[in-house]
Design a protein around this ligand. Structure first.
Ligand code: ADP
Ligand code: MG
Length: 392
């Protein structure tokens, strides 16, 4: 498209400007959440103690007792928890095996957060969710007990990456005192987000270069007719959201942000920030190649972002496997589709309500006057006191 500057020498992936360690820190959830909590989903940020980090890194999976694991019949992971299932009071000699003894503060904060967030949560660490471990819970990241959370975290290579490789592929930029950020400087935190049945067709990844949105892609790589019609509107919404909330406030000029826009042509729209990712080859570009993004020149007159959605005949639309997608659509949509065209029509009429309802289920409506605004804000701020702080 006209977004690449053909006249100039084409950049290759070898020309990628690797991010600084500070940029990696800036894109971590505990860091950006401080600024953007009003535009993202409801969550709790729990600072992690040395005891919990050791537990995460240790071999083997031992789960704490006394945390009821919701009995789901297809949850046959082969991993056993030491859950108290009966009234065996004299089983106290198991106590030596309770790993939560080494992280009591984190454990009680997790129990409290799950309760406060309505009983089910989506977990992640500073950068990553344990999407590669979803199979442990029957292909979902929906956690309703601390054991669910620990099982996912301990089974995930993505989490190991956060703990051990977050600063790989970065360029070191010493600060004024000649100090470089080290992994030991990272204030690790467990992020528990209130669970939402996300409509993945309206999730978009947006690439920012020189403080301009240069490229936008659908995140769910299936074809959806309605996206074709709604494209201009989604673009305008994303641009407006970026200009209003991120353009001037995010510390780096280049970054990647993910949004969720539960909007159909029938409903009022609202844009939610889902995540911020580093401008780095590690961030998945989905329908783009990094090389394409590197070659976009946003300074050319009349520049418009390249917005890619999956067309009907795109190869990606044919059963493209999404190994980490827990839910492509909410259950209501799947059920409606299974019921045939009439049910689907009925569903279309109900769509408005469903989508509007989503805002109330998981989103921190703190800048639009939701009724739990005060309590939620207060608690969040208190908990955040101990989370990652800017290093310089
Ligand atoms: N609160 C939530 N409840 C349910 N699903 C969620 C929630 N937050 C995010 N997701 C789903 O998980 C996906 C990945 O979330 P994200 O925070 O970007 O994790 P990662 O950075 O590991 O990719 C999102 O695109 C969304 O579909
Ligand atoms: Mg992410």
């Amino acid at each position: 498209m006209a977004t690449t500057s053909a006249a100039r020498e084409q950049k290759t992936i070898n020309d990628f400007p690797l991010p600084t360690r500070q940029a990696i820190v800036n894109s971590s959830y505990p860091e950006w959440y401080k600024k953007y909590r009003g535009i993202t989903g409801k969550a709790r940020v729990i600072p992690l103690t040395a005891g919990f980090l050791e537990y995460l890194k240790a071999d083997g999976i031992i789960l704490p007792p006394d945390t009821p694991v919701v009995p789901i019949s297809d949850r046959d992971s082969g991993v056993f928890s030491i859950t108290n299932t009966d009234d065996s009071d004299d089983d106290d000699d198991d106590e030596g095996e309770n790993p939560a003894q080494n992280f009591p503060e984190v454990h009680s904060a997790v129990i409290a957060a799950i309760a406060e967030l309505g009983g089910s949560v989506y977990p992640k660490l500073n950068w990553s969710a344990p999407k590669d471990a979803a199979f442990m819970l029957g292909n979902t990241l929906k956690c309703s007990s601390p054991s669910d959370v620990y099982l996912l975290l301990k089974s995930s290579n993505f989490i190991t990456h956060d703990l051990e490789h977050a600063f790989d592929e970065t360029v070191d930029v010493p600060d004024e005192n000649g100090k470089l950020l080290q992994l030991s400087d990272v204030e690790y935190a467990l992020v528990l987000r209130k669970w939402v049945d996300v409509i993945t067709s309206v999730e978009f990844r947006c690439f920012v270069k020189q403080r301009k949105v240069v490229a936008i892609t659908q995140r769910d790589l299936n074809h959806y007719d309605f996206l074709e019609n709604g494209k201009e509107e989604f673009l305008a919404l994303i641009q407006e959201f970026f200009a209003r909330h991120l353009e001037k406030t995010f510390p780096d000029a280049d970054f990647v942000f993910d949004v969720y826009i539960p909007k159909t042509l029938l409903t009022e729209s609202r844009v939610w920030l889902v995540d911020i990712n580093p401008y780095s080859p590690k961030t998945d570009t989905l329908t783009f190649a990094w090389q394409e993004i590197l070659n976009i020149d946003p300074s050319i007159p009349g520049f418009k972002p390249d917005f890619r959605i999956i067309k009907k005949n795109d190869p990606e639309a044919y059963g493209f496997a999404q190994p980490y997608s827990a839910h492509k659509l909410p259950k209501d949509v799947v059920d409606a589709a299974a019921g045939g065209p009439e049910t689907m029509l009925q569903f279309k009429n109900d769509w408005k309500n469903i989508v509007e309802g989503l805002g109330g289920t998981g989103i921190d409506d703190s800048d639009s006057g939701s009724d739990d605004e005060e309590g939620d804000k207060g608690e969040g701020e208190e908990k955040e006191g101990g989370t990652a702080e800017k290093k310089n």
